[in-house]
Design a protein around this ligand. Structure first.
Ligand code: BTN
Length: 258
């Protein structure tokens, strides 16, 4: 593995509640930046917006990384976009599949979700104490292992390629690409992150429905702010900016009905 810090210390578990939960606890105890927690399965895998991340054994990657960037906490959103770019590049490198991104940080192959990222943070006195970046990547999962409600919207590398992939090799590419993204996030001007993210976005230019704590909003995803927030414009011209939320890509025919 060609990383300097990511995964140089690695905690490996067969079965664990959630790699993010363990990473947060280790970070609290002072674990070094770049420490990776890897599990073969999770009993309470966490997803975004309080959802569950289905985490069966022997098939996927469930990874968390401890980070301590010296950046303004308001810029954390940009880091999740940047990390999604890293995950997409790792998939392209290891599997030669065209990975695209659904805002903010879902990785899609042929419009189906293959990977999700969950960033959890500890902020103290207006500064980042530590961050934990959690990534779930469906590698050798068979669709039948998923609940029926997810089978049309979720995929795995095996489903897409028709053969198994080596999880260790994928993990290596993933950590390398994430470390590269993290170095740019820490050292380069922040607009560079958006420049890398925008060409991979499947959301921009699309009609979307955004569910956020403030309610639902349907319109065209017209752009991103400098902080990576999503700008959505309704047909009546009214605009809303989302810092977080759940995006559904809607077909134009659905949008017309809304
Ligand atoms: C999403 O909802 O798309 C984010 C899913 C993140 C899942 C990963 S699996 C490894 C890490 N540990 C967790 O409990 N969640 C993240």
């Amino acid at each position: 593995m060609k990383t300097e810090r990511f995964g140089r210390t690695l905690h490996l578990y067969d079965r664990i509640e959630s790699t993010n939960a363990v990473a947060l606890a280790l970070a609290e105890q002072g674990a070094a930046e770049g420490t990776v927690i890897l599990a073969d399965s999770q009993t309470q895998g966490r997803g975004r917006m309080g959802r569950r991340w289905i985490s069966p054994p022997n098939v996927n990657l469930y990874v968390s990384i401890i980070l301590r960037p010296d950046r303004d906490p308001d810029r954390i959103g940009l880091w999740t976009l940047s990390a999604a770019v890293g995950a997409a590049r790792a998939i392209e490198q290891a599997a030669a599949l065209p990975a695209r991104l659904k805002w903010p940080n879902d990785v899609l192959i042929h419009h189906k979700k293959i990977s999700g990222l969950l960033l959890e943070s500890a902020i103290q006195g207006g500064e980042i104490k530590h961050l934990v970046l959690g990534i779930g990547l469906n590698v050798n999962l068979f669709r039948e292992l998923l609940p029926e409600s997810l089978r049309d919207s979720v995929t795995s590398l095996r489903e897409e390629l028709g053969h198994e992939l080596d999880r260790i090799e994928l993990l290596q590419r993933l950590l390398e690409q994430l470390e590269l993204q993290y170095q740019s996030f820490r050292t380069e001007p922040l607009h560079k992150i958006l420049e890398a993210y925008v060409p991979l976005s499947d959301t921009l230019g699309q009609t979307v429905r955004v569910r956020s704590p403030g309610g639902e909003w349907t319109g065209k995803a017209t752009g991103l702010t400098a902080d990576g927030d999503l700008i959505v414009q309704r047909t009546d011209g009214r605009e809303k900016v989302f810092r977080s939320g759940d995006v559904i890509h809607v077909r134009p025919s659905h949008a017309a009905r809304d």
